[in-house]
Design a protein around this ligand. Structure first.
Ligand SMILES: Cc1ncc(COP(=O)(O)O)c(C=O)c1O
Length: 405
């Protein structure tokens, strides 16, 4: 029955209703050029889901890089979860959000000696995943960190080009063909007590994803067969894709069942850690940008709005851009019903590639309407670009009284 659980996503009708509520209750917000609306209800829904599919003791260290809004981090921590930090600055953000160091996972591929010292001195009990043998040497004298070795499983898990970190020229993790050295070095230091694998982001092949984790699990089992309990924690990373086109977000039950089959002792013999990013955040936010005007002498016509590469850096600069549904609302936030036309949607930045959409069918657009971009909770505001020195988009945290999104 659990397979039937649907992970809730906002429809365009929900978005219209939320915007009308915001404008009604806070008329000043309707004067903004753009708004970023983050749903605390959907965040809660995703956190509850990952908690229900994994053992209770699992540390869910949500990736800060995916969404670093302080209120969001605080909520994650207040729910008893952890945070995954990709830089020392993110470690400090986690601390500021109230996260105990025993629930912080530090994963930067470029940790300096000073940063390691800071962690060892100030954040005792923190998890730190070592990226390479070179970095491991820097940890020889550390006393109070839980150290894991990141392993590159060298398996194609179907992640788009720039998010594929499991190939042979990846800068992340020790390649698994050095397995003998990995095992040797695990025994070379008492405080190495974990293994880590993050096989990629937006992973398209679940079987290969499970196999990638399985290969690293096999190493953990080999080490523990030699010395019982040596590998205490197993960090399986993130990488589960968020559905961006229409349709439901599949639950994690199928993935977890496959993991249990491939790695029978993973859920009983190890302190499990996950590092989800996109899955937790992608659906939780949408952005609206005011229509400034329409260049009607082109075909398609071009809408000029205030959402562009500042917020959608990945979408505009990457060849494998995440898809986002785009809609239009009238000035009060209502869905429009006038005839549809074909539009390109240009952002506010001064370079010609600043388009968030091309050839999009929308109800006729007028000045002061709103362009809505859905599913932008992940890797958008945390990647905010200061190009053209535009002020950062205003954030609104939305929580429905009923708690239903
Ligand atoms: C080490 C590590 N863990 C977790 C994540 C989060 O990944 P995702 O958003 O695909 O779940 C990333 C993303 O880049 C990562 O590099």
């Amino acid at each position: 029955m659990k397979e039937q659980v649907i992970l809730y996503r906002h429809s365009k009708e929900d978005i219209s209703r939320i915007i009308q509520d915001i404008f009604r209750n806070h008329p000043d917000q309707s004067k903004e050029k753009a708004l970023y609306v983050y749903s605390m209800d959907l965040l809660q829904n995703r956190l509850e889901h990952i908690s229900e599919v994994f053992p209770k003791s699992t540390i869910h260290a949500i990736a800060i890089k995916t969404n670093a809004l302080p209120e969001v981090l605080q909520h994650i921590v207040s729910e008893g979860h952890g945070l995954e930090a990709a830089s020392i600055e993110e470690v400090r953000l986690a601390i500021q959000a109230g996260c105990p160091s025993e629930r912080i996972v530090f994963d930067s591929p470029a940790k300096t000696r000073e940063e390691i010292e800071e962690c060892d001195t100030l954040y005792k009990g923190m998890y730190l995943n070592v990226n390479s043998f070179q970095e491991l040497k820097r940890l020889e004298t550390s006393k109070d960190l839980r150290i894991g070795l990141r392993v590159n499983p060298l398996l194609d898990v179907g992640a788009p080009g720039i998010y594929n970190v499991s190939n042979s020229n990846s800068k992340f993790g020790i390649p698994i063909h050095l397995q003998d050295q990995i095992i040797q070095s695990a025994f070379s230091m008492n405080h190495i007590c974990g293994l880590h694998v993050h096989a990629g982001s937006e992973i398209g092949n679940t079987d290969q994803h499970v196999e990638a984790i399985g290969r690293v699990y096999d190493i953990a089992e080999t080490i523990n067969a030699k010395q019982k309990g040596k590998i205490e924690f197993f960090d399986l990373g993130g990488g589960i894709p968020a559905r961006m086109k229409e349709g439901i977000q599949p639950t994690l039950f199928g993935f977890v069942d496959a993991l249990k089959k491939r790695c029978p002792k993973l859920f009983s013999d190890y302190q499990l850690i996950t590092e989800y990013g996109r899955l937790v955040h992608a659906h939780n936010a949408f952005a609206i940008g005011r229509v400034e005007y329409v260049l009607d002498y082109y075909n398609p016509q071009i809408i000029i709005t205030h959402l562009g590469a500042n917020l959608f850096l990945r979408e505009i600069y990457s060849a494998t851009a995440p898809y986002h549904a785009i809609h239009i609302l009238d000035e009060n936030g209502k869905l429009k019903s006038n005839p549809e036309e074909l539009y390109d949607i240009g952002g506010p930045l001064c370079f010609s590639g600043d388009f968030i959409g091309r050839k999009i069918q929308l109800n006729q657009a007028d000045e002061n309407n709103w362009i809505v971009v859905s599913d932008c909770g992940a890797n958008t505001i945390s990647m905010w670009s200061e190009h053209c020195s535009r002020e950062k988009i205003k954030v609104i945290y939305h929580q429905s009284k009923k708690g239903n999104g």
